[in-house]
Design a protein around this ligand. Structure first.
Ligand code: DX5
Ligand code: ZN
Length: 226
C-alpha cells in the first residue's frame, strides 16, 4: 500500500509577526514538514527571506524543513541554506547550469536533494537525474506568489512521473505546489502525489489548525478513489 499523502504547509502565507504560533498550530494539526519559499527577485518577480529566517525557524521546530529555492544560481548559496538547517533542498532545473554537481554536493552534506519544474518545463529535462534525487516538485502555478489559481494541466506531469518511477522502481517522492485548496486538492490526490504543498489555503481565512484538518479530510476522501 502506498504511504499516506502528506500535507505540507508553506509558511509564505503565514503571519510572520507570530510565526511561532503559526508553526505550532500546524504541528498540532499533524504536519510533519514545512515548506519554505525562498525568492530572490531575479528568478521570480518577488523577494521573500533567506538563510537567517530559516535559521530562526529551525530553532522553533523539529519538523522536517524543505527549502524551495526560487533563486538564480542555487549552487552558490547551498552552504548557507544547509547551515541554516534545511533537511531537504529543492532547486529549479531552469536555474541551475550543473544540476548533477548540485545534487552531489547536497548528498555529500547529508541533505535530501529535489528538483523543481516550472509549469512550462517538461519532465524530459530531468529524466537523467531521477535516480539520484529524493523528490520532484511539480509547480502548478508560475512561482513567485501565493494565492494563485492552479494550472491543472501541470498535473499531467505527475502522472508521467508516477509511471516512470513505478516502472523503474525509483525511490522518489512527487510533490505538487501552487493553487491547492479544498476544491483542487482532490485532483492532486488522484494523479498520484505523495506530498502536497498548501500556503494560502492553510494560513488564510480560518485557523491554520482547522484549515489543515479540512484539507486532510478531503485528501482522505479522495485517496480511496485512486
Ligand atoms: C509559489 C510558492 C508556493 C506558495 C503556494 O511560488 O512556491 O509554495 O506558497 O501558495 P498557495 O498554496 O497559496 O498557492
Ligand atoms: Zn514553494
Amino acid at each position: 500500500m502506498r504511504k499516506k499523502i502528506e500535507l505540507v504547509p508553506s509558511l509564505l502565507s503565514s503571519d510572520f509577526s507570530k510565526i511561532e504560533a503559526e508553526i505550532k498550530a500546524v504541528e498540532k494539526a499533524g504536519a510533519k514538514r514545512l515548506h519554505l519559499d525562498v525568492m530572490d527577485g531575479h528568478f521570480v518577480p518577488n523577494i521573500t527571506f533567506g538563510p537567517i529566517i530559516i535559521d530562526a525557524i529551525r530553532k522553533l521546530t523539529k519538523l522536517h524543513l524543505e527549502t524551495h529555492l526560487m533563486i538564480e544560481n542555487p549552487a552558490k548559496y547551498l552552504d548557507a541554506f544547509i547551515a541554516a538547517g534545511s533537511d531537504t533542498i529543492l532547486f529549479h532545473i531552469e536555474a541551475d547550469k550543473r544540476p548533477g554537481s548540485t545534487i552531489e554536493l547536497l548528498r555529500q552534506k547529508g541533505i535530501r536533494p529535489g528538483i523543481v519544474l516550472n509549469p512550462d518545463t517538461p519532465v524530459d529535462k530531468i529524466l537523467t537525474f531521477l535516480p539520484a534525487i529524493d523528490q520532484v516538485l511539480i509547480m502548478t502555478v508560475y512561482p513567485g506568489f501565493g494565492g494563485q489559481k492552479m494550472i491543472k494541466k501541470c498535473l499531467e506531469k505527475v502522472e508521467i512521473l508516477n509511471k516512470i518511477r513505478n516502472s523503474r522502481k525509483y525511490e522518489l517522492m512527487i510533490e505538487v505546489d501552487g493553487g491547492v485548496n479544498e476544491k483542487t486538492i482532490g485532483d492532486v490526490v488522484k494523479v498520484g502525489t505523495d506530498l502536497i504543498v498548501a500556503g494560502s489555503a492553510i494560513f488564510e481565512k480560518r485557523s491554520p489548525y482547522d484549515n489543515f484538518k479540512i484539507l486532510e479530510r478531503v485528501i482522505d476522501e479522495n485517496t480511496n478513489k485512486r
